[in-house]
Design a protein around this ligand. Structure first.
Ligand SMILES: Cc1ncc(COP(=O)(O)O)c(C=O)c1O
Length: 442
């Protein structure tokens, strides 16, 4: 290990001795990054972070897309500090819970009620539970093209990493494809009267085609199922009102988190009174639903962060800025690929505010080894970019510096295509998170 990552290496070893997976989020894990990478971040400011060895980076994806304004964004930090002086958690709900709900519902116009929790998984699992309780059905239909909905069994059981999850639970999740309305019809025909709800992200890489989202909602309702939009990524990124606003959709339930509180732990399950009321104290016509009740659900400074974040979105051009710098990044990235003759191998994809990139090998197949090499070479040049996802704090200058780093990394990529990736990649390639077994230690 070179000196640049000496402290990182020390922390990496300690972390794995104490923490299964070495971290508290699989997507941040060592197996997702090259050997030559910072293992831990010590602080962030705006779109920049500093690792445990003091190396500075421009960062993309900021906290798995949670930090959409930027690290330590002053308006949010000040609101949190003010709230901390009032205490964190009381025997009865904090008054700020009402203020946060009012703020949220005034922004997300289609929802009539909202319940906050800490993680996005709480919200999506809450939506699934409500759909099951409302319909009295067990099956849940998820979009097979969307990579993550929840840490809970109803979703993780559907991935190859389903250790610890009974088959009986796994059998209750069925799948349809995005932009493939025939797959939805086939599912409804295969499981008549059994599907409680359809859950999907409004958009990931490709926009909806042929009115797919509206048609899905229509078919779901016709089949007696709920239409649930997971706005964890699209919310406060496509638009502050979510992708449902962009596409003129009115979901039964929608789920929010990530950008909602600029990295503080707040998620939300929002939806129509007709469904949300099942978790209320007054309804008498359904069984009671234990809907999102956690000790820390109303943590006051988290909700203060959410209110401050929503206020920034309302008074500043956050969405416009993210789309602007994202587009600059897409163009620079694409031009760099052209300059290096890599158009068919390194491609930027998706909405400008939420770009991803693909890394293809010499045969044009997706390659983890080339992805890892690309990460290694951009990290070497001062950029951490598991994605090209921007935040409000990314400046044009950040993007231009990033393109320089990308161009340098692409020069190495080009050589690796010609003479073998193993000549340039230090150590093993990264591996997808969802795998049934780890490789035996060498
Ligand atoms: C679309 C989507 N839904 C739900 C979740 C779950 O959120 P959390 O990790 O906060 O539990 C994620 C997290 O990555 C996500 O991307």
């Amino acid at each position: 290990m070179i000196d640049k990552f000496a402290e990182s290496e020390r922390l990496r070893v300690k972390a794995h001795a104490m923490i299964p997976g070495g971290s508290h989020t699989y997507a941040k894990g060592d197996d997702q990054y090259p050997i030559l990478s910072p293992s831990h971040i010590v602080r962030g400011q705006g779109a920049h972070v500093w690792d445990a060895d003091g190396n500075e980076y421009i960062e993309y994806g900021n906290g798995n897309r949670a930090v959409s304004l930027g690290h330590a964004f002053p308006a949010v930090v000040e609101a949190v500090k003010r709230e901390l002086d009032n205490g964190v958690s009381f025997t009865r709900p904090g008054a700020i819970e009402v203020a946060a709900a009012e703020h949220f519902l005034s922004i997300v116009g289609n929802a009539e009620m909202v319940k906050f929790s800490k993680d996005g998984s709480d919200a999506t699992s809450g939506a699934v539970k409500l759909a099951r309780a409302y319909t009295g059905r067990d099956l849940i239909a998820i979009c097979a093209d969307h990579p993550f909905f929840s840490v809970d069994d109803w979703f993780i059981g559907s991935t190859p990493m389903h250790g610890g999850i009974p088959d009986a639970v796994r059998d209750l999740t069925v799948k349809f494809r995005y932009n493939d309305i025939e797959s939805v019809k086939a599912l409804i025909a295969q499981f008549p009267g059994q599907i409680a709800g359809f859950i999907l992200e409004p958009e990931r890489l490709d926009p909806p085609k042929e009115n797919f989202l509206h048609e899905l909602k229509r078919l779901a309702h016709e089949a007696g199922a709920l239409f649930i939009l997971d706005e964890m990524i699209t919310g406060f990124r496509w638009h502050q009102k979510g992708a449902q606003h962009v596409y003129g959709l009115d979901p039964d339930l929608s789920t929010w988190g990530k950008a909602l509180a600029n990295g503080f732990s707040v998620s939300a399950l929002a939806g129509k009174y007709e469904f949300m009321r099942l978790g209320d104290l007054t309804q008498t016509d359904h069984k009671r639903v234990f809907l999102l009740s956690t000790t820390h659900g109303g943590e006051t400074h988290g909700l203060a962060a959410a209110i401050a974040t929503m206020q920034v979105y309302q008074r500043e051009p956050v969405i416009e800025h993210m789309h602007g710098v994202g587009e600059r990044l897409r163009q620079g990235f694409t031009q760099a690929a052209q300059v290096h003759g890599l158009q068919g191998h390194v491609t930027a994809m998706g909405r400008a505010s939420n770009l991803l990139f693909g890394t293809l090998d010499a045969e044009g197949k997706p390659s983890q080894a080339f992805r890892t090499l690309f990460l290694q070479e951009t990290i070497k040049r001062g950029v951490i970019m598991p994605s090209l996802v921007v935040c409000y704090s990314h400046s044009d200058e950040d993007v231009d510096r990033t393109i320089d780093a990308v161009s340098g990394a692409m020069a190495v990529y080009k050589q690796a295509l010609e003479s073998g990736v193993e000549r340039f990649l230090v150590g093993r390639a990264s591996i997808p998170v969802y795998r049934t077994y780890n490789a035996p230690a060498e």
